[in-house]
Design a protein around this ligand. Structure first.
Ligand SMILES: [Mn+2]
Length: 289
């Protein structure tokens, strides 16, 4: 297994300095920095090359996370929006290839944050599955995996538990489209999140980890981390385990993630680094032994 973190832990705006963050996560001991797909979409070839170089130098891999905007919604009833989304995600996959990023992850079957204006689930499945079949061809050509994130009921109506994600990716039928489970969402929706991991088995393409309030793994043990580790070893999971912590209120991040109070105990930047370093040690211990 390889271990990573989302880029948005340290700030309250989505925009960030990826060169500085690559150095920071390497110093802390991570293997992976999860970057924003929309940032990568907008990067010039020169910026991509610079990031690739620093990644190689610091031995950091990049996974790419998307919360698509509404104008790239694969589940949209408007065919022009779906076509726009396909062009958008194909460009992201090509930029990922340039960067050497091998996993596109997130709610790429629709848009985020959801507004629930349309909740015709059957129609949304049909339309988004057709788009993902198409994107899957490009993903196969470029050998990039796309892991579809199962969210909780307050963030999507399309995929809310592992069982329906298995059915959904079966209908997509691409070797390069699989499932992303996230302990934060699973805690709300699954009967038993450890069994959900086992049920996903080799369809599990990516794992997001965090406590029930999106604190760092081990900070309050709302989740049984040794059991998560055991479930991952049971399915012989060799892929990415990526923290997705959010503890700072304010800014666009605080708004989109609904962080309405400080969860960091008013941490200084140094304490934020120490929290995540301690969490990484604990998470690795739970997953690897
Ligand atoms: Mn997640």
């Amino acid at each position: 297994m390889k271990f990573g973190t989302g880029y948005a832990y340290w700030g309250t705006e989505w925009k960030c300095d990826y060169i500085a963050l690559t150095n920071k996560v390497a110093d802390i001991g991570f293997d992976i920095l999860e970057i924003g797909a929309d940032h990568l979409y907008h990067m010039s070839d020169e910026e991509i090359t610079q990031l690739k170089e620093i990644g190689a130098e610091r031995n950091i891999e990049f996974t790419t996370n998307s919360g698509p905007s509404k104008d790239n919604d694969f589940a949209s009833a408007d065919p022009a929006v779906r076509e726009h989304g396909l062009e958008y995600f194909k460009t992201i996959l090509y930029n990922m290839k340039k960067l050497g990023s091998k996993s596109l992850v997130g709610a790429i079957y629709s848009f985020w944050p959801a507004d629930f204006a349309d909740t015709d689930k059957e129609a949304a499945w049909e339309r988004s599955i057709a788009c993902l079949k198409e994107l899957g061809k490009t993903a196969e050509e470029l050998d990039i995996e796309c892991a579809l994130e199962v969210l909780n009921r307050n963030e999507t109506y399309i995929l809310t538990d592992c069982a329906e994600a298995i059915e959904y990716v079966g209908k997509v039928g691409s070797t390069h489209i699989n499932i992303l489970l996230d302990t934060y969402h699973m805690n709300i929706e699954e009967d038993n999140m450890y069994e959900a991991i086992r049920k996903a088995g080799n369809l599990l393409g990516h794992l997001h980890v965090g406590e029930c309030n999106r604190k760092l793994p081990g900070m309050n043990n709302t989740i049984n981390w040794p059991e998560i580790g055991k479930a991952l070893r049971d399915i012989n999971y060799k892929k990415a385990v990526v923290m997705e912590p959010f503890m700072l209120k304010g800014g666009q991040v605080g708004h989109d993630i609904r962080v309405w109070r400080d969860l960091s105990n008013n941490a200084t930047p140094e304490q934020m680094d120490q929290y995540i370093a301690d969490s990484l040690v604990y998470l690795k211990k739970c997953c690897l032994s």
